[in-house]
Design a protein around this ligand. Sequence first.
Ligand SMILES: *[C@@H]1O[C@H](CO)[C@@H](O)[C@H](O)[C@H]1NC(C)=O
Ligand SMILES: *[C@@H]1O[C@H](CO)[C@@H](O)[C@H](O)[C@H]1NC(C)=O
Ligand SMILES: *[C@@H]1O[C@H](CO)[C@@H](O)[C@H](O)[C@H]1NC(C)=O
Ligand SMILES: *[C@@H]1O[C@H](CO)[C@@H](O)[C@H](O)[C@H]1NC(C)=O
Length: 478
Amino acid sequence: MLIHSALLALGATIAAAVAPLEAKDNYFVNPKSGNRFQIVGVAYQPGGSAGYKPEQGRDPLSDGDVCLRDAALMQILGVNVIRVYNLDPDLNHDLCASIFNAAGMYMILDVNSPLVGDSLTSYKPWESYYAGYLNRTFAVVEAFKNYPNTLAFFSGNEVLNNVETGGNVPPYMRAVTRDIKNYVSKHSDRPIPVGYSAADVRDVLFDSFEYFQCAEDGDASDPSRVDIFALNSYSWCGDSTYEESGYDKLVEGFSNSSVPIFYSEYGCNTPSPRVFSEVSTIYGPKMTGVFSGGIVYEYAQEANNFGLVTINADGSAQLLNDFYALKDQYSKLNFTDVQGIKSPTSAAPKPPTCSSKLITTKGFANNFTLPSPPPGTQKIIDNGVSPKPVGKIISVASWTVPHPVKNPDGSTLSNLAVKPLADDATNRPGTNTADGTPTTTATGPTASKTNAAGGRPTFGALPALGLGAFAVMAGIAI
Ligand SMILES: *[C@@H]1O[C@H](CO)[C@@H](O)[C@H](O)[C@H]1NC(C)=O
Ligand SMILES: *[C@@H]1O[C@H](CO)[C@@H](O)[C@H](O)[C@H]1NC(C)=O
Ligand SMILES: *[C@@H]1O[C@H](CO)[C@@H](O)[C@H](O)[C@H]1NC(C)=O
Ligand SMILES: *[C@@H]1O[C@H](CO)[C@@H](O)[C@H](O)[C@H]1NC(C)=O
């Protein structure tokens, strides 16, 4: 509250908001434009999962200066979604949520954390399925349900990843999904999709998908079905192809999905540096009918070398070559087309009726009788979490990034700031340039093609990178 009134005193205004999205049939839709929405996302966990320090009052969305820095850089990159894995429902996320909202970015949020008791376990899942754990997941829903840019919740991430865990986990995972969906429908003003983020282990991937998307007795409103299904896939490595990567098999396997499908992580880093040539396929005609885009792993550099940006302890940051490689691939897309696909008018595939016939792998769960909510859970669903963490969009006093940020060559990005977008607008490449002076001479999304002749962009001064064509179009709704 203190922050809020301080900001108001400075005369800041509440920024415009993104339009809340819906999951409908097998795609996301912007109800205002009627267009389908393609996720152009990055996984956001500065410091890695070890960087989650609730006891120090910190999670990835708790420090406004950090969020300003990262939202500005993500605007330059061209993304419209962040995925955040580890959140403490009792911290205040209003400033960060408001910054990402103004920057035209949605948030996909995992309700779990790496701390003991904060997630369903792969081994003996029944031991981790109890009211205290579910209360935490409901508290994350409470903390984020009011933000217009909350896109979805993941009830689990890679909880099952082989046949063995596929034997025990599915009924429990489906039960957690049911409990969270029941909580959302009772306590949220709008339907927020809840789903599962799977490991791309092909032995169990499609059994997992069928187990989670099917409907008891064929009833599509069955609360235990997922609203969305996503997969963490690293099968496209280097300058691969649709067939060589196995993306073709994924499109085939999900072609009849009754729910939106997307990559909740992608970006194989062997070989490194990355070329991100999968981007043109993910957002191209072979995939957009079945997939709704994907989330690149990951924004902040860690020891495992998947990062786009190195973040230093003092808050300063340096862009890595992979940042520009990815940006270059995004800038080759025509986002008017990518985000302009009309919702299909034909009837969507219906969810299959849950039945052991859907499961093909011996040893994978094929019993759809779910555990009941543990003692005490129904009372929390009925009455709500107590005390309730409440989130709201607030004014942002300054859009200027306080931390210095450098290019890969050591030059400094000047005038770095978040560009608040117009109402209902979503970020796309070109909304923000580092020097704050968008040019009008760039020739649009294809401008950087010249950089890509050798498969790699050039890493010169930022204004040379062909940004800007869309800067004047920042107000366009998706
Ligand atoms: C439920 O969650 C809220 C918000 O995090 C917390 O304050 C409360 O203590 C929790 N209650 C139980 C019974 O775990
Ligand atoms: C999708 O549905 C069509 C028509 O019902 C069927 O022929 C095809 O086998 C299905 N594909 C998958 C992967 O289930
Ligand atoms: C399915 O699981 C339930 C609960 O564990 C059990 O009562 C039932 O017998 C199982 N059904 C089959 C066909 O194994
Ligand atoms: C992008 O696509 C739109 C709609 O198809 C088209 O009008 C526009 O010319 C394209 N832009 C570029 C730069 O190719």
